[in-house]
Each structure stands twice: as structure tokens, then as C-alpha cells.
Design a protein. Sequence first.
Length: 630
Amino acid sequence: MNRRNFMKSLATGIAAISLPRCSAAPAKNRAAGKPNIVYILADDLGYAEVGCYGQKKIKTPNIDRLAAQGMKFTQHYSGNPVCAPSRCTLMTGLHTGHSQVRGNKQVGGAEGWKLGSTIGGQWPLKKGTVTVAKILQEAGYATGAFGKWGLGIVDSTGDPQKQGFDHFYGYICQRQAHTFYPNHLWNDGKVEHIPENENGDNVYSHDRISEEALKFIRKYKDKPFFCYVPFTIPHVAIQVPEDSLAQYKGKWPDPPYDGSKGYFKHPTPRAAYAAMVSRMDGDVGRIMDLLKELGLEDNTLVIFTSDNGPTFNGGSDSAFFESAGPLRGLKASVYEGGIRIPYIARWPGKIKAGSTSDHISAFWDFLPTCTDLLGLDTPEGIDGISKLPTFLGQPDKQKQHEYLYWELNGQQAIRMGDWKAIRKRLGKTELYNLADDLGEQNDLADKRPDMVAKMEKLFETARTPSEQFPLVRGAKKKVSLSNYKSIPKDNWKLISADSESKFNGKLAINAFDGDVGTWWHTEFKDNRPAHPHEIVIDLGKSYKIEGFRYLPRTDSGTNGMIKAYEFFVGDDPARFEKPVAKGSFKGASKSEVEVPFGVKTGRYIKLRALSALGGEPFTTIGELGVFGEE
Ligand SMILES: [Ca+2]
Ligand SMILES: [Ca+2]
């Protein structure tokens, strides 16, 4: 089935289920065998940070109980060693050689921290993406996400409520989740102000998020529901309420953390970190208690896992807790410690209690497992394989991956059977045999050139190029013109620019002539005008514009590189309404900067520069581009 037919079948699905969705049909859904799905995703929880995976210091009785009542996977992998791309693979069934999001790519600056800001966030999922949430939604599930999203801010194409979730509560921008006492969270696309945190650490966001997840389960108890709970802890900052801290205070030598490795300082960081894990464990327990209370235990598949390995900064102490167990590497690394994670599945009567599986699986298996569960067609071209046969105790029916693939910031990794290959920035391939070298200490590349050749071929073929997430960054100083192809500039015309440097040819038209080596520079002689500087361009016809690209001047100079900006789209070059995007570019760089925003239709664009990086009264643009469609 191709993608179009698949989308068509989704559409048909809507019609077929629209009646029961509007009337009381819970019994029918039950009979149709649609189990509820609760997917709990811890943030940065290491392979060995829960008791049932060998943790000795931190207590996780509820997660351990989940394992005792379900199946524990010893070889399950996250989608990526960091947050956003990992979650993208979970949602789309595609590994990071094929997925839209392959890194933590911020959009704009840290504006997401500001109350009600809809600027910032992470690179958004595209419109029309087939997500597991969408599939479940169309299959009649109530769908809710509670915690940290990181795949596009409110109003962008990646907004969770445009990607299959009926409800979203929590942090829409993952950077905002670097404090657990925020001044706001997001509730169904609206800002929920938390005034209690304006002058002190009073409302712990994790508690609110847990409460909302519980409310959702209660509200939709009579429907099949998909409750996705991407908890925000134990990711740093190390912050936890006193009642949890009390459990660990004074248990170990605990040197204070002075804040020098980022985030916030803490007087007893080890105790606080352990307390964060245990507090999250407590909420896993509350979710299980509620399922029991509502009589939903038997008809609910509960999955508990983590989005990547344990972290190394912000005062965390992964060495002290042996957070990755015997595995090499931590978060952000494609060694096992960065990607092998705890994974427990519980479904009484279907999944054998107290069982263990060494089936090799990954985040991108979740989507096809769900379609398999519901007897739906799996979208073509995805990388995942259903693990339902393993859940149901039929290992002989379980299809195996030929290999798993990851990439991040120039690192590539492949797991094929017992073999693991790693390559960094296209350098020499490392080769390990995990069967007898779980810690990836003994590089066998020189001994097995045959296997290295096989893996190196896969490093090329397992991925498609990504314009937004090139495998190796910074390799080229020059920006490729192909980056600017999205909306052709052949018919663009300059409407106005408030100033240009005529004497040396740095004219305003250089801002969109398709040449990275030419740029617009505002007048810099004696009569230099001050900010703001504006350029207005006619695109030749109307487009649905989804974002713009800014390439600063590409020589060694830096003056005039735009800092604060506002960007407008409109139908009248003389009158624009409020900006569709505003923010600041972070630092001087020869790279282009991309700023996606929600779709805005118009024929004219205006960029207004409010300040320059060096504080001088200039503006320069090497190349301006816009992306979107007709
Ligand atoms: Ca994470
Ligand atoms: Ca140019």
C-alpha cells in the first residue's frame, strides 16, 4: 500500500468510526479488541537506573513491579542518543537515517521560556506526517500526550494537536523543560500561567503533568485511549521537592553542585537525582493504581521506557549511580550507553508476567506494533517491525531486524546481530562484538575487514540525505545554493529597502540573487541610518509560506549580522500586519539559520532587522530564502 492509499484508508477509517465516536460505544470498542495503550517515556533515564535493571542505590519499586508483572527487554534501543530525534522515530516508525528530525535543532533562541511565547521550540514535524498518534486517533482512540513534546511548538506544523493528539499538556519546547518550576505550561494549545513560580519554586511541573495524565485516563476510561506520557524527569536540572529529597538526604557523601556544568546548582545533587527517579517511579505507580481502580488493568498495554541514556552534565553523577551499568557511553553517544535503555511491557493475560526478552528492537518498532495490534495496514517504507509476536510469547513468529541504524552530529552506528559498528565524522570504522564485549572496549575492525566493509556500505545506504540535518556539520564553509531551492526566486522583485551601500555595490537585491557570495549592506558612510532596517520583497505570486532562511554575509566580516528580527508575510507590500516570526539569531556564523513558523499565505515578505550582533547600526543579508509551497 502506498502512502496515498494509506492516507485514504485513514480517511475511510474516520468515516467508519465517526458514529461510534459520537455515541456511547465503549462496549463495542472493547469487543473489537482495542486495548488501551499507556506509553510512559522517562527522560534521560539510563539502562541501569531502575532496580529491575540492576540499580542498587535508587529505589524504583513501581517500575520493578511492572517488570515482575510483564516482560523486560534487555536489548531495546531508543531512537537516538538525544531527545527530539528519539521522539521523532517513536512517532513516525522511521530511524534517524530516514526521519525528519535527526538532532536537537532549536528554532530561534530561548524565547520559549517567555510566558506565552509561540516562538522557539524544536524543528517541527511536517504537515501530513503519518504518526502513530494519528493512526490511533483515526482508529477511534482518544489520544493524549503529557510531558515534553519537542517536535514543534504551538502553531507550527509540528504542534502535537496537528500530529494526532487530541490533547497535549506540558512543555511544548523541550528547552523550556530545563527548569521544572516554569512560569507556564501548555494546555491544548493555550498557555497555562503558573503564577506561583514567578517568585519562587512552588509548583513542580512533573506533578502537574502526572495529574493531567491521570485525569485523561479517568475521562476516557470508556473508550480505547492512547496515553503518551513523556515525563520530563530525571533529565537535569536537578530540582525536586523536599518530600522526595527526604528519602535520600544524607545517605551518601554528596558534594554540592555549584552549577558549573550547566543548569542549576544544588546542595545535595546525588540525593536529589535519586529522588527525581523515585518521584517519577511513584507516578508510574499512581497510573497503575488508577488503571486498577477503573478496572482497566487487563485491557491496557503499558510500556515503560526512556528516550536515551543517562546524562553527563548539570550536576548529575552517572558514574556514582553506575547509571549505564556495563555499557560504554552516556547520553549523546551512539555507544550502547547512549541508546540501550530499559523497556518493560505489561499486558496481563497477553504478556507473560516476569518474563524477559532479548529480542533486538527499537523505538521505530512502536508504530508497526500498534498497527499490528489493531489489524491495520502498516504504512509502507517505515523501518520498524512489529514486536507483537514477542509480546504474545510467539518468538518463532517474530521477524528480526536485519540491522538497526542511528545517526547524530556526525556519529553513525549500526547494530547487526551481535555486531556493532560506529563511525564518527566519516572517519575510521570501529567494530565490536557485543556477545562477548558488551562494553565496546575491543575494536575488531582490523581483524574483520569483511564485516567493516559490510557496515561501511550500510553507513551509506541506510540513510537518505537530510537538508536540515546534514550528517557532518561544519565540513564546508560555503553554503550550497541548493539550500535555497524551496521557493524559486526567479520572479522575486525588490519593493523597497530603507538603505543600501551603493558605492561598493552591496545593494539590496543581493539579498536574494541566489549567490551566497554577494550581500546587501545598509549604508555605512557618515549618514548611516540606525535600526530598524527593512527589506520588502515581492515573490511574484502568492505562496503558502512555512518559514524563512537567513544567511549572513559570508566573508570574514561580522558587522551587520542580524541579531533581533521580525519577519512578515502579507498581500499588500505597503501594509503588513503583525510579524509571523520574531526573535534573535544566536551568534555570528557562516551558516544559514532557519526559522519555521505556522503556514502563512501571502505574496510579499518583509524582514525587519532590529539590531546587529556587534551592536552597530548595520544590517547585512547574504541570502534570504523562504520555504513552503504554492
Ligand atoms: Ca532525553
Ligand atoms: Ca546574495
